[in-house]
Design a protein around this ligand. Structure first.
Ligand code: GLA
Length: 376
């Protein structure tokens, strides 16, 4: 199994001490070296069930995540690369932490208290995922911990005032906890010294088939949302909240990604498939089920819980077969999908969207949990 093989690899490449406790060992190895010589560490979180999650200090990227199928076979379920150089050469945010702002800000501009801020336009005319060097491309400080909740990795990063054009020095902490119930619990926190905007997320591309270069069209998606945010040609929300009922955007009952993705629909044309933010229904709980994905052949089920108001469901439309896959193939169009929990794109410019403003003295705090299980 992939799991065993990887264990061998990481043992042979082990250069550093093991940070281990008996229950939930966290292995620490060196993943690679930045051009300036900075070492990039890799931490392997494990649980009692046999799940493993590899996280590197570059971008806080989840490079590998194993999950059992209905026969108990563990396979890697996230797209990524084997080597650091491949991430440095250009990754479509595989597995990365995204900040300061998940998704797009129109024309790379926004105003706060009468002052206009200018950000990089790194996606056509718009700003995407924090700019030229977002949180996906910085080195995070990492502290492995073994808490009662499971194997935990605490990542911290200080984004200086003015970094990528954003106001305020932002201290960010992201905590990944792998529980024995096959849950990856992610806690995001941030504080600022000036009013600013923040919208953090995680950009894992999932392929629950375990065959990472195969299309994900057979995965059945559920989204707990009555409305979604239609976009313009630059994938910026128009401001409208549109009903999903009777459209290919209705995932209130699970439906395969492929079922309607080629339907004649203007919004699907604009996104090249699904690449939109769904407005999550408010449930009775404040940490409810936002989305799920089920792969019938393997029985793998992924559930996403969050207290964020939105989820960007992206069907991997921009993948084009040019990037080498971990399984030896190539990442073709729609070989992975993302479920990015977040505030809505372009919120700083849209008065009707929930605010993404963070003031000094406040703590930004959001939580998202991915739970893996199987269904017959
Ligand atoms: C997000 C966006 C997509 C695309 C991917 C990265 O999910 O919504 O349009 O930019 O990131 O390729």
């Amino acid at each position: 199994m992939g799991c065993k093989q990887n264990k061998k690899e990481s043992q042979s490449e082990m250069e550093t001490a093991k940070t281990e406790s008996e229950q939930n060992p966290i292995e620490e190895t060196i993943f690679g070296e930045m051009p300036d010589g900075t070492k990039v560490k890799k931490f392997t979180l494990k649980n009692e069930a046999g799940m493993e999650v590899d996280v590197i200090t570059y971008g806080g990227i989840i490079t590998r995540w194993t999950a059992p199928d209905k026969q108990g076979n563990y396979e890697d379920i996230v797209l990524g690369f084997d080597r650091l150089e491949q991430y440095l050469d250009g990754s479509p945010y595989f597995g990365a932490l995204i900040g300061r702002y998940g998704n797009r800000i129109a024309k790379g501009k926004f105003s706060l208290d009468g002052e206009t801020y200018t950000l990089a336009t790194n996606d056509g005319n718009n700003h995407l995922h924090g700019g030229e060097k977002g949180f996906d491309k910085v080195i995070w400080n990492a502290i492995p911990k073994n808490t009662g909740a499971g194997a935990t990795l605490e990542l911290t990063y200080t984004s200086e005032d003015g970094e990528e054009g954003y106001p305020g020095k932002l201290d960010v902490k992201v905590t990944y906890t792998l529980t024995n119930e096959n849950e990856l619990d992610i806690q995001y926190e941030a504080v600022t010294d000036k009013p600013t905007v923040v919208n953090l997320t995680q950009h894992s591309y999932f392929n629950l088939s375990g065959q990472l270069s195969k299309p994900v069209l057979d995965h059945e998606i559920y989204l707990n949302a009555d409305t979604y945010l239609p976009v313009d040609g630059g994938l910026i929300p128009t401001g409208e909240f549109r009903e999903v009922a009777g459209t290919p955007f209705d995932f209130k009952e699970p439906k395969s990604i492929g079922e309607e993705i080629e339907a004649d629909n203007e919004q699907l044309d604009l996104g090249g498939g699904y690449d939109h933010c769904w407005v999550l229904n408010e449930g009775e709980e404040d940490f409810g089920l936002a989305a799920s994905a089920y792969h019938p052949n393997t029985g793998r089920l992924l559930e996403v819980y969050t207290n964020e108001p939105g989820i960007q469901f992206y069907s991997g439309n921009f993948l084009d077969g040019t990037l080498p896959a971990k399984d030896g193939g190539a990442y073709g169009k729609r070989s992975g999908f993302c479920l990015e929990t977040q505030h809505y794109p372009d919120s700083p410019n849209q008065a009707n969207f929930p605010s993404v403003r963070l003031n000094p003295g406040e703590t930004y705090s959001t939580r998202t949990m991915f739970r893996l299980s199987t269904k017959q």
